[in-house]
Design a protein around this ligand. Structure first.
Ligand SMILES: [Zn+2]
Length: 300
């Protein structure tokens, strides 16, 4: 086996173990428990897990997805996050090799992963992670491009946070509340610090597309379950006009219809945010994370 493969395997094992740790971080940041203490236990029956119940992915398979003691189902979230961390760490090593860039990328990806899951699950995001990412971004810019890099990074931070905050506050115009949570502003600022002033607008644009693909469908599914007919009908009309425009007829009429249905859909989504409970914004951290991953692996 050549050295490269050997290191790759160890990077993947490292990813599996850290992924397992991130599961604990996610679980305990949602329940406000200490990360180091107490030792892992089953959330249902409270029995302490034995060391061999804690092996990433393998334990889940051996235990057939059930608690050893009470047979309560273990969430599929655990092995998924472990495997996802492994894959992302592996790709980071393949792309950036043995370098300090890999270490920074692994750190940023880890923060994004944790924030994405807590945002999807509970719409709670630990902004300290975004701040740590931003500091990492500025330091990285300083190491790789000197004072010049730090300047572009800090400007990127300001621009990212500012643009996101403006979008979030646009919600006040229609819904008299923010369209997105404060955490999205922190994360956008962090991405600005990482990618710099010249790239942050592109990163945020990609996140808009990502939200169309990943976030909005989930949001609309919830609308459908809540029996919010106008929003669902608008979503269908918008999708239809987008298909018609891109697949066949591209003229001013179809473009106009696309724009009108798009704006109406945005209006209904914004209006829907108002009627819901607090903290029920569009979860936007997942879209930002997808965009950041795309930018890390395919653009830079
Ligand atoms: Zn149990």
């Amino acid at each position: 086996m050549d050295l490269n493969t050997y290191i790759l395997i160890w990077v993947c094992v490292f990813g599996l173990c850290l992924g397992s740790f991130y599961n604990v971080v996610i679980l305990r940041s949602l329940s406000n428990e200490s990360i180091i203490f107490p030792p892992s236990k089953c959330p249902k029956c409270g029995n302490r897990l034995k060391p061999w119940h804690n092996i990433p992915v393998l334990s889940y398979i051996f235990l057939r997805g059930k608690c050893h003691f009470c047979k309560e189902k273990i969430s599929i979230q655990y092995p998924i996050i472990e495997l996802l961390t492994m894959v992302l760490f592996g790709f980071s090593y393949l792309k950036f090799g043995i370098s300090y860039t890999t270490l920074f990328v692994i750190f940023w990806i880890s923060c994004l992963l944790i924030m994405t899951v807590t945002d999807i699950k509970e719409k709670l995001v630990d902004c300290n992670l975004a701040i740590a990412m931003a500091i990492g971004g500025v330091v990285f810019a300083g190491i790789s491009a000197g004072r010049h890099g730090v300047l572009l990074s800090v400007l990127g931070l300001i621009a990212g946070a500012l643009i996101m905050e403006l979008i979030a506050r646009a919600g006040f115009v229609i819904a008299k509340t923010r369209a997105m949570g404060e955490a999205d502003t922190y994360v956008a600022g962090a991405l600005g610090a990482i990618f710099g002033i010249f790239s942050i607008v592109k990163v945020l644009l990609i996140s808009l597309f990502a939200s169309m693909i990943f976030v909005v469908p989930v949001f609309l599914y919830n609308k459908y379950k809540a029996n919010d007919k106008p929003t669902c009908i608008m979503a269908i009309l918008f999708t239809l006009s987008a298909v018609v425009y891109y697949a066949k007829w591209q003229n001013y009429w179809t473009l106009g219809i696309l724009a009108i249905t798009g704006l109406l859909l945005a209006y209904f989504i914004m209006k829907g945010i108002k009627t819901e409970e607090n903290r029920n914004y569009l979860p936007y951290v997942p879209a930002l994370a997808v965009s950041a991953l795309y930018y890390i692996f395919f653009v830079i």
